[in-house]
Design a protein around this ligand. Structure first.
Ligand SMILES: CCCCCCCCCCCC(=O)SCCNC(=O)CCNC(=O)[C@H](O)C(C)(C)COP(=O)(O)OP(=O)(O)OC[C@H]1O[C@@H](n2cnc3c(N)ncnc32)[C@H](O)[C@@H]1OP(=O)(O)O
Length: 208
């Protein structure tokens, strides 16, 4: 069918089939456990601290990083924001897709940490790029844990432009599904010879 249509139309059909395939592969397991709401949760609107000051996603001691800032949302939702700086450019005038993926990675990791109070690392991430995102846009990513199975944490996130060019809080410009794995201190001990700086805060779970 795809070969029969050919040309530009072939490309379009292939892209649509790919989108359907990608979306349909994210199927939550039947034995998913929804985490309990933390008893000490501060409620919506509270700042969520960076987990590591040198982190490319959220660190305030990482000048080239995204500098994402997080607050708690409703329920177990975590809301992250950052402005698309010129250095994040891919195609002329628009964000690089890998930067958006990085932002989703960070946002969904923070949602895991807020819900489970455990360190996690990313095992799998899938992104749907729905709209081009211009430089100067302020992106808001709303992320949540959908549930867990043993150490596996299933997450979702959506991005919207809430300020700057093409802002429209009703339009989802990208979405993401991700599998994170709960890890212990030993995971980060493997990086102690390479670490840049010394973790000091409560959220710095590295054993170095
Ligand atoms: C204060 C803190 C801040 C926390 C806040 C953090 C926010 C930071 C956000 C950035 C996060 C990152 O970028 S982290 C950096 C990028 N990620 C990484 O570097 C991870 C590299 N990969 C690994 O280190 C490893 O593969 C692990 C840890 C993910 C898993 O290894 P493991 O510990 O030996 O566990 P393993 O038995 O293999 O897997 C456990 C279960 O997960 C499943 N599983 C494992 N990988 C996959 C996979 N890709 N796709 C599907 N399923 C998978 C297995 O089948 C198994 O299922 P079952 O048998 O139970 O059914």
């Amino acid at each position: 069918m795809v070969t029969f249509w050919g040309g530009k139309r072939k490309t379009l059909v292939t892209a649509q089939l790919h989108y359907l395939f990608m979306s349909s592969t994210w199927i939550l397991p039947d034995d998913l456990a929804v985490p309990d709401f933390p008893a000490d949760h501060p409620g919506p609107g509270a700042p969520v601290p960076q987990h590591w000051s040198k982190c490319f996603g959220c660190g305030d001691d990482q000048p080239t990083g995204l500098g994402m800032e997080f607050t708690t949302g409703e329920g177990l939702e975590v809301i992250g924001r950052f402005e698309v700086a010129k250095r994040y450019q891919g195609g002329p005038g628009f964000i690089h897709g890998g930067i958006l993926m990085t932002a989703f990675d960070e946002a969904q990791g923070m949602a895991c940490n807020a819900a489970l109070r455990s360190a996690v690392v990313t095992a799998h991430l899938g992104i749907d790029f729905a709209r081009p995102i211009p430089l100067g846009a302020v992106l808001e990513l709303r992320s949540r844990v959908e549930g867990t199975v043993r150490r596996k944490v299933y997450t979702r996130s959506e991005a919207r432009i809430v300020d700057g060019p093409l802002a429209d809080p009703d339009v989802v410009v990208g979405s993401s599904y991700g599998l994170f794995i709960v890890v212990g201190h030993e995971h980060f001990e493997k990086g102690k010879d390479f670490v840049d700086g010394m973790p000091t805060g409560d959220q710095d779970i590295s054993a170095v």
